[in-house]
Design a protein around this ligand. Structure first.
Ligand SMILES: [Zn+2]
Length: 59
């Protein structure tokens, strides 16, 4: 026992990881060619807020 649960928790912790941080004026990570702030910034913020709330509730 041990190793599998370690791997699973490692995978879980990385799977939950949201999108990498980007500068607002950098090209969006989705490859649209738009600036991040014009593309996915709002959506990512919303996701981050959701995650934060969920983490607060569970911990
Ligand atoms: Zn985008």
């Amino acid at each position: 026992m041990g190793i599998i649960s370690r791997i699973t928790s490692f995978l879980n912790s990385t799977a939950v990881e949201p999108v990498p941080k980007l500068g607002r004026n950098e090209p969006c990570w989705c490859g649209s060619g738009k600036k991040y702030k014009r593309c996915h910034l709002e959506e990512d913020d919303r996701k981050r807020a959701k995650h934060g709330r969920a983490a607060c509730r569970t911990s």
